[in-house]
Design a protein around this ligand. Structure first.
Ligand code: HEC
Length: 249
């Protein structure tokens, strides 16, 4: 049966498919072929020679695997024999930084100064637009727990989740853990940024959901909420000399 296919296909103007291991037989001289099949009328399928041949060719093709389409794709974190350490996921090449991932500005990306302390100034200016963005992001990401005004009375909390502290009236719980009594109105802005980035206690981290600049915009808005609700903070700010650092507020 197979040989018969090959014989038929060999008469076609295009070559046999590559997946066929057998050497393609040479087409017999035209005259001989004509006499064998006896033309259209003598065809067992009542089809023209060309059409029948094409059908056979397509049949052969169907059995052929597309080697280039099915190339070896590595699944993440799977075992792979190709590499010496057998890991399909390759580590980042030492001393290189992927495009767009250079994060040397610790104040911006971590909320920390050069000594590793939480920054007290914003890494970029809190303009009206930035604060408007911060308000919008705050209402999306924080208000469900902290409440629209930051009093810790969000919907999730009304249904039984741990009640967060009020931004304007309560003490920082994480500072308390370190034995310090610091009101959230006095907490460095870098701390609030750190809490959003890393989470704290019952609060989940949100670094994956909120890009860096949006996190700062939210911190700006939290500070604005605190200023609007705490006469104590307003007084402190009025007494504080304006910061000299350019671009900070
Ligand atoms: C799923 C609820 C939830 C969401 C969403 C949430 N928080 Fe919290 N947050 C909490 C809880 C609960 C605490 C108190 C944690 C504890 O005491 O274990 C907290 C604590 C805090 C604190 C005080 C940390 C300290 O030092 O005591 C800050 C600041 C804060 N959140 C800011 C934010 C901001 C800004 C957002 C939005 C980007 C946010 N949170 C989103 C639940 C949430």
């Amino acid at each position: 049966m197979r040989n018969w296919f090959i014989k038929e296909a060999a008469g076609l103007p295009f070559p046999l498919s590559r997946c066929d291991a057998d050497p393609a037989p040479q087409p017999p001289p035209l005259k001989e072929r004509g006499s064998r099949t006896g033309g259209v009328s003598g065809s067992p399928f009542l089809l023209g020679k060309g059409v029948r041949g094409l059908g056979l060719f397509l049949l052969l093709l169907a059995g052929c695997s597309q080697q280039m389409a099915e190339h070896a794709g590595y699944k993440p974190l799977r075992k792979n024999e190709f590499f010496a350490d057998k890991r399909a996921s390759r580590p980042v090449v030492a001393g290189t930084v992927a495009r767009g991932q250079l994060r040397i500005d610790a104040a911006l990306y971590e909320g920390l100064d050069e000594n590793g302390k939480e920054v007290t100034e914003f890494p970029f200016e809190m303009t009206k637009d930035v604060l408007a963005r911060g308000k919008q992001r705050y209402e999306i990401f924080c208000s469900v727990c902290h409440g629209m005004s930051g009093q810790g009375d969000g919907r999730v909390v009304q249904r039984g989740f741990t009640k967060p502290p009020s931004y304007s009236a309560d003490f920082s719980r994480s500072a308390k853990l370190k034995g310090k009594d610091i009101k959230l109105i006095d907490i460095p802005v870098g701390h609030i940024f750190g809490v959003i980035t890393k989470g704290y206690g019952a609060m989940p981290d949100l670094y994956e959901q909120i890009p860096v600049r949006d996190r700062w915009a939210i911190v700006g808005y939290v500070r604005a909420l605190q200023i609007s609700q705490s006469p104590e903070l307003r007084k402190k700010l009025a007494e504080k000399p304006a910061p000299k650092k350019e671009g900070a507020k």
